[in-house]
Design a protein around this ligand. Structure first.
Ligand code: 13P
Ligand code: SF4
Length: 316
């Protein structure tokens, strides 16, 4: 089995060079997919890589909105996703019609969309953001301007807490994986791992209570709310030896590989995104071999969406 995977990985590497393709993978991808990628990172870093690559083809090992974002930034490149079924429950929690109705209720508001949204939703947005720059994006908007923040309610309330913004309305969307990481899961793990540092992704439903517990001194340990790449940077520089990780478990592969002397414990073993795991080595091979499945965004949508994505990259 291991030999089959190694042969496939070798074939992918050869094909990639022949076709001048680059493979970008999100931190939640399967270990073997991360291992054949040219670059592994969070949503923001992957957008930056897509914007800067000289390759003709981008094979995007992540979910559909990420490939769409790359296609919007690089309209002259071929962007492929190995499985069109790799969706995102959070991105599906708001569509363009729902956003149009919401904007009608707040005609003067600035629309800030998390990158986990469809191209149509981005086209209706003033700013796009990721978990690593959401606070910076909101802080860049004049304090007297109303903000519509979408679609993640946990990230939204975290950003409102940090920025102390009172005029920010938050869409009630959630990611099914992170919503399942609850305050009681954190508290239980804290009781049994007393010396570990705690890292929490802001999409988790426990984010606000964790922030409150840190602020009120109930959580004495070092606890940090970070994007997936923020977590990677943090564990690299911290002198701690043990970390509790509250996010999708795919990130543990890279954490363990890059930090051999440290221990990483998932808050929930079953925090697994079935959409991210749709991408397999076989599908990556098929994708690069047959040029499938091309992700294209119509110009009239891409041209509008690009502006909000560019603002996100400028505020990285
Ligand atoms: P990051 O941008 O932190 O990698 O998060 C992306 C995502 O889909 C989280 O569920
Ligand atoms: Fe979407 Fe959640 Fe999967 Fe991230 S983990 S891609 S937000 S469903």
């Amino acid at each position: 089995m291991a030999q089959v995977a190694a042969d496939l990985a070798e074939k992918i590497t050869q094909l990639k060079q022949a076709k001048k393709a680059v493979i970008l993978a999100h931190n939640y991808q399967l270990p073997e997919v991360q291992d054949i990628a040219d670059f592994v990172g969070d949503s923001l870093a992957l957008s930056q890589m897509a914007a800067g690559t000289a390759a003709d083809t981008i094979v995007f090992c992540g979910v559909h909105f990420m490939a769409e974002t790359a296609a919007i930034i690089c309209p002259e490149k071929q962007v492929l996703i190995p499985d069109l079924e790799a969706g995102c429950s959070l991105a599906s929690s708001i569509n363009a019609d729902e956003l149009v109705s919401w904007i009608h209720e707040h005609p003067n508001a600035i629309v800030v969309s998390y990158v986990n949204t469809t191209a149509e939703v981005k086209a209706l947005s003033d700013y796009c953001c990721t978990s690593s720059n959401a606070v910076r994006v909101v802080n860049s908007i004049p304090a007297d301007k109303e903000i519509l923040f979408l679609p993640d309610m946990f990230l939204g309330s975290y950003v409102a807490d940090i920025t102390k913004r009172k005029n920010m309305f938050v869409w009630p969307g959630e990611c099914h994986v992170h919503a399942g990481i609850r305050a009681q899961d954190i508290n239980q793990m804290l009781r049994t791992n007393k010396t570990a540092e705690l890292l929490v992704h802001p999409e988790c439903s426990c984010t606000s209570s964790t922030l409150y517990d840190i602020g009120s001194g109930q959580v004495q340990k070092n606890a940090h709310i970070l994007s997936t790449e923020g977590m990677m940077k943090y564990v690299r520089s911290s002198s701690a030896k043990q970390f509790l990780i509250a996010t999708e478990t795919g990130i543990l592969h890279r954490m363990r590989n890059e930090n051999r002397q440290k221990e990483f414990i998932p808050i929930k073993d079953d925090a697994v995104c079935k959409y991210m795991k749709k991408i397999t080595l076989e599908k990556v091979y098929n994708s690069i071999c047959n040029g499938v499945y091309e992700v294209k965004v119509p110009d009239r949508i891409a041209d509008k969406a690009r502006l909000s994505i560019q603002r996100m990259i400028e505020l990285a």
